[in-house]
Design a binder for this molecule. Structure first.
Ligand code: MF3
Ligand code: CO
Ligand code: CO
Length: 270
């Protein structure tokens, strides 16, 4: 069954409403994605390469009998995006050696029984400096500020506002050029989930909506540019950037996080 023939309702804004069985499908896909990210904790270290990390991810996806959503997506050829230091997102795994103090986001999307699990976290090769550690903490906590704003009756603007207020309150900036997205039996669906905004604006959240929240936060200015490889997005001012991503579903009184770490490893510094 593909998304077009899927049972159920779509809102006026084009957002699909899923049922209880669909939550179970997303939980399975999300758990595998999270399990893969858990396994990366011990592999990220100075002297390794991002293509070695990606190879380990490809193997885990295959061993689980799952499919990578990113291999073949718009010509992308890897099972992960790995974004180091001033790379904001969509970093392509490659042969460059990680060095002590590098910070990196690893973003994995798997397909299990047709359901998409999309999640990313920050990692540190060796020991981070204090600024990098603070950036990672603020980005992590900003994601959860957004998640805490998720419940029926609130709006997508409430989510964006919560994230933006938290980040700017810490004198960092929210990237505007990339956003979260609806997902389910497709990788990217309506709505665009902005990580900035005004309270009360945007579509109203309803029980059964599935989407990602994936704020990118820069130590410097928010502007980005995409390199000549057509994928790698970097900060224009070369400042450090961080990102965390969860796939979630709206429940009657809040949300279910599909991509929580099965081993309590979501955060790199505790
Ligand atoms: N996982 C990314 C997201 O959060 C999308 C990566 S698409 C790729 O939406 F082709 F760059 F892998
Ligand atoms: Co995503
Ligand atoms: Co992702």
């Amino acid at each position: 069954m593909d998304d077009k023939t899927h049972k159920g309702r779509i809102t006026k804004q084009g957002i699909r409403i899923y049922d209880e069985a669909d939550f179970a499908g997303m939980a399975k896909a999300g758990e595998l994605a999270a399990q893969i990210l858990d396994s990366m904790v011990d592999l990220v270290k100075p002297g390794t390469t991002t293509e070695a990390l990606d190879a380990a991810i490809t193997k885990m996806v295959n061993d689980a009998g799952s499919t990578s959503a990113t291999i073949g997506y718009k010509g992308y050829q890897h099972a992960s995006c790995i974004s180091v230091n001033h790379v904001v997102c969509h970093g392509i795994p490659g042969p460059k050696l990680l060095k002590d103090g590098d910070i990196l986001n690893i973003d994995v999307t798997v397909i299990v029984d047709g359901w998409f699990g999309d999640t990313s976290r920050m990692y540190v090769a060796g020991k981070p400096n204090r600024k990098a550690e603070r950036l990672i903490q603020v980005t992590h906590d900003a994601l959860f500020e957004g998640i805490m704003a998720v419940k029926p009756g609130n709006t997508f603007g409430d989510i964006g506002h919560a994230i933006q207020k938290y980040v700017e309150g810490h004198r960092m900036s929210v990237v505007r050029d990339f956003c979260g997205h609806g997902l389910g039996r497709v990788f990217h669906a309506p709505p665009n989930v902005l990580h900035y905004g005004r309270p009360g604006t945007g579509s109203i959240l309803e029980e059964g909506m599935f989407f990602t929240i994936e704020p990118m936060v820069n130590l410097g200015r928010p502007e980005t540019k995409v390199l000549a490889d057509d994928w790698t997005a970097v900060t224009r001012d070369k400042s450090l950037s961080a990102q965390f991503e969860h796939s979630i579903g709206v429940t009657a009184d809040g949300c279910q996080i599909f991509t929580l770490s099965p081993n309590g490893k979501f955060h790199p510094t505790y």
